[in-house]
Design a protein around this ligand. Structure first.
Ligand SMILES: Nc1nc2c(ncn2[C@@H]2O[C@H](COP(=O)(O)OP(=O)(O)OP(=O)(O)O)[C@@H](O)[C@H]2O)c(=O)[nH]1
Ligand SMILES: [Zn+2]
Length: 301
């Protein structure tokens, strides 16, 4: 009955109970999910029924290509939907976590999202060799790593804009890595834009706790900014998905004696053999075991 009035849009911000939806003409509306349609995420394409001049109801969430999220034993936290590329920001200082970096890459792989690691603050030159050394095992896996310094905005733009053009990019990182600084270089009016929407929709002051999609100025594509985090649980992944998050295991798994091998202690395990021969690093195998142990703790509740 309402279908004639429905409009297509994309969720560009999530505020808990309501969402900001951008329509094809560039206008924005404050929208509420209809009934029990919970779980919409930034990046979702939706159909809405307009209500008044500035509001609407979300009638339908279109099928997603992917959804990136993290989860612990208490709750899940959605990052964004329909993401083409994960821009994972790490830095020379403060020290980035190998564990969180590894987990973000596992999450991206399981959601079929291409990762691009951004090593920021390379102006802090004395820390660069150690950072490169710590990233060597990821580089060996074919993960692309771009080194830059946000102190040089022109270089940031020339390095990153060609990489992100025409795609939906999700910017993720631990706190303090320089995510906001990079966002402000790539989307110069990001803050002004957000405030403008907040005023128009009466949604109040922008809080750093919300996730927000920005259009790239002067070109197609978008950048989704999300709050920094200090943990990256993967309780939602199955044992099989965890295994798939480690591409260097794939060839070795074919040699496992048992079809349900967990690659921890089984005799005739191809992964353990590859670990012994140095084809898989002890750090990556340890990360795999930590993620799997969490997954098993959840299953035994
Ligand atoms: N030396 C140097 N400092 C930088 C660089 N990029 C960012 N910073 C500084 O690092 C600090 C953290 O940067 P932010 O952009 O606020 O970091 P963030 O990742 O957004 O952090 P959260 O807001 O906690 O998520 C700030 O003091 C920046 O000025 C860089 O390339 N080199
Ligand atoms: Zn095995």
């Amino acid at each position: 009955m309402v279908s004639a009035a429905r409009l297509q849009g994309r969720i560009i911000a999530a505020h808990g109970r309501h969402y900001t939806v951008e329509l094809a003409d560039g206008s924005v509306r404050k929208c509420f999910p209809r009934g029990k349609k919970a779980g919409a995420a930034v990046g979702d394409f939706v159909q809405i029924s307009p209500q008044g001049d500035h509001e609407g109801a979300i009638d339908q969430i279109e099928e997603r290509r992917n959804l990136l999220y993290r989860s612990d034993d208490m709750r899940t936290k959605q990052f964004a939907a329909n993401v083409d590329q994960l821009l994972l920001v790490i830095a020379i200082e403060p020290v980035f976590s190998d564990d969180i970096t590894g987990r973000a890459l596992v999450a991206a792989r399981s959601a079929d999202i291409e990762p691009l690691v951004i090593l920021n603050k390379v102006d802090l030159a004395s820390g660069v060799p150690l950072a490169r050394q710590r990233l060597a095992s990821l580089a060996k896996l074919g993960v692309r790593i771009i080194e830059l310094s946000a102190l040089d905005p022109a270089h940031v733009r020339s390095q990153l804009l060609p990489e992100i053009e025409g795609r939906t990019n999700l910017l993720l990182g631990q706190s303090g890595m320089g995510k906001s600084t990079l966002l402000n270089i790539l989307i110069p009016d990001a803050r002004a834009n957000t405030q403008e929407h907040s005023v128009a929709l009466g949604t109040g002051k922008h809080t750093t706790t919300s996730t927000r999609l920005y259009r790239l100025p002067g070109q197609t594509g978008s950048l989704i900014d999300s709050p920094g985090f200090q943990t990256f649980g993967l309780y939602h992944l199955s044992a099989h998905e965890i295994e798939q998050g480690f591409p260097e295991f794939t060839a070795a798994i074919a040699h496992c004696r048992f079809y349900n091998c967990t690659h921890r202690h089984e005799p005739g395990c191809g992964v353990l053999a590859a670990l012994k021969h140095g084809d898989i690093t002890p750090e990556r195998h340890a990360l795999y075991k930590r993620i799997l142990a969490e997954n098993e703790a959840k299953s035994s509740y």
